[in-house]
Unconditional design. Structure first.
Length: 591
């Protein structure tokens, strides 16, 4: 099969050895690549109950046959691992240029196991693989480490994935920073990489993936770029970036405010897309092979009076480090985001943890010895201090924050304060105002991830976002669509011009094999079921497919979604039935 090189890189850091291997064409055909193939490999390489931070725990990066070709929007490399934050299978996706560069270097993916004796950098320059000492980089921020890489390998071709101090200090939601403003953000991929003493992966690629019919690929690419140029949704995202969501989500009353105690933020107009454009917008940035160009670069004031530039904050970061902790100005939110980026932490999980400690402090539930006297909603200096304390694990409160929102709330003796599912903090949508997304949070293998089944568009357009009826079918359709996109490395935003029928055409032109849209959708459903099998093996049950008590028992207090709460069990029953799982959510053996 063309498209795949038939060559993955296996790196054993304990032995300081690297070698190539092939998973076989049948695996690509059945699991597509990325998320699907990575999950299959994770299941095969691990046993039940494996410590996610053990030396044998694999960190798996997988591309797809389309990545590195002209297929627009295909730039999301999948990192697949057992999460040290949740204990579930986890898929963290990173756009930008790192994944395509791995492909241009001649590789379909990387599997990292073992633990180095000292801090190490993995260097991939086409077929040349080197493991270098990285003692001088240990403790450096992501920006400092990236500058060192740029100085070592001058030119625009070098790309990297690296960890910051948070990964070195044990923060459960440490991220992997890649290139300029891109991350493998959620689930603790950075902690796993840091636990192996792998500071960075550097990639330089000068080739291109094998393609069956290059002329056909070029023709399909021109057509796809034209579709994306004309599509109304793509045009909105191109103009405003992800902040185009602010006005819609806030005006419908399900924008997380003060640790999800409320769903409407009165100061939302100060931090919407129009305000960004008129006050801080300084430029635009795109990922590899994407015409949408949704990245927005802002210029902000730093607390010390200086200025800095940042791509973003994206909608999730803005929401969780903004309204969720009571902040309503771009400059404060951007600085909090920059701190998370430089120290190497997921902004969503950090925002969730801050929401927990701020609500707890407001209610007098934080022991005085933890040093939280100034902690409160709407205090940016307090937020900055807590972010730093968390990343550096320098005191007891910092270490508790590093457990993530669920672990923090548990240690405080008030688990009800954590807005998390399976240990993963919620993103920027209160499910009381969009109930199908609540079902997705409950059933997604990794917990509360909107990206595993983003029902927001169809639910809002249907006018039935506050209803439970028929949400299982909609949720599954969204989850299957994303399983296909994630396995092929397609950015969610680019799906508007790359429906399954078009992806099948690209796959046929690249691989030389016949594909259909139905085959892709069948594969997507298989991927979801495979992830479920992993979690069942690890002891997860129907009882874990739930939501925080706040959403099940406390009606939305005010705003356009006032009075709404979620009746989850009936939706779960329907979901399991449509997925052809049993009543407890366990996949049937013949499925």
């Amino acid at each position: 099969m063309k498209g795949a090189y038939g060559k993955m890189l296996r790196v054993d850091l304990s032995e300081m050895r690297a070698e190539s291997f092939d998973v076989g064409a049948d695996m690509w055909r059945r699991w597509l690549g990325g998320r699907g193939l990575g999950t299959r490999m994770l299941l095969d390489l691990t046993s039940a109950g494996m410590d996610p931070l053990s030396e044998s725990a694999p960190l798996i990066f997988v591309a797809s046959p389309l990545m590195g070709t002209l297929a627009p929007g295909v730039n999301k490399l999948a990192a697949v691992f057992k999460s040290p934050l949740t204990g579930t299978v986890f898929i963290s996706l990173c756009g930008g240029h790192f994944g395509p560069t791995i492909r241009h270097a001649g590789w379909d993916g990387i599997v990292v196991t073992g633990k180095a004796r000292s801090p190490t950098v993995l260097v991939i320059e086409d077929d040349r693989i080197e493991l270098r000492d990285a003692d001088t980089l240990w403790g450096k921020t992501t920006g400092e480490a990236a500058l060192w890489i740029r100085n070592q390998w001058r030119g625009d071709d070098v790309q990297w994935a690296l960890v910051g101090p948070a990964a070195e200090r044990g923060v459960r939601f440490a991220s992997i920073h890649s290139g300029r403003g891109r991350e493998f953000g959620r689930g603790g991929a950075g902690l796993l990489m840091g636990s192996k003493l792998l500071k960075a992966i550097v990639a330089i690629g000068t080739g291109g993936p094998p393609v069956h019919d290059r002329t056909k690929v070029e023709k399909l690419a021109r057509e796809a770029w034209a579709r994306l140029a004309e599509d109304a949704k793509a045009q909105v995202r191109r103009r405003w970036g992800t902040l185009e969501l602010v006005a819609t989500i806030n005006n419908l009353g399900f924008w997380p405010t003060r640790n999800y105690q409320e769903g409407y933020f009165p100061s939302g107009g100060k931090i919407n897309a129009n305000a960004y454009k008129n006050t801080v917008l300084a430029g635009h940035r795109s990922c590899h092979s994407c015409p949408i160009i949704c990245g927005k670069i802002g210029r902000f004031r730093a607390p010390d009076g200086g200025e800095f530039e940042l791509e973003g904050p994206e909608f999730e970061s803005l929401s969780l480090l903004g309204p969720n902790i009571g902040l309503d100005d771009f400059h404060s939110i951007a600085h909090a985001t920059r701190l998370c980026d430089e120290l190497g932490m997921d902004t969503i999980s950090m925002g969730n943890a801050l929401g927990v400690i701020m609500e707890a402090a407001e209610k007098g539930l934080v022991p005085s010895e933890l040093g939280a006297d100034d902690v409160r909603f709407g205090n940016p200096e307090s937020a900055y201090d807590l972010i730093r304390r968390c990343a550096l694990a320098e005191d007891d409160l910092g270490k508790l924050l590093g457990l993530g929102p669920a672990g923090l709330a548990e240690e405080l003796g008030h688990p009800e304060l954590a807005m998390a599912v399976k240990g993963l903090g919620l993103p920027a949508y209160d499910p009381r105002g969009i109930k199908g997304l609540g079902l997705n949070y409950a059933t997604a293998a990794e917990g509360a991830s909107h990206m595993r089944g983003p029902t927001m568009g169809p639910e809002i357009s249907s006018g039935k976002r506050l209803e439970e009826r028929d949400k299982a079918k909609m949720t599954i359709e969204c989850q299957v669509s994303m399983a296909v996109a994630d396995s092929l490395g397609l950015c969610s935003t680019a799906r508007v011009g790359m429906a399954p029928k078009y992806l099948a055409e690209f796959l046929e032109a690249v691989t030389g094999e016949k594909w259909t849209a139905d085959e892709l959708l069948d594969a997507g459903k298989r991927v979801i079921t495979l992830e479920r099998r992993f979690n069942v093996r690890e002891g997860f049950t129907r009882a874990d497919d739930t939501l925080p008590r706040r959403f099940l028992e406390e009606p939305m207090p005010d705003g356009p979604s006032k009075g709404s709460r979620i009746e989850l069990e009936s939706m779960l029953d329907e979901y399991y039935k449509l997925m052809e799982w049993d009543e407890q959510g366990i996949p049937r053996k013949n499925k």
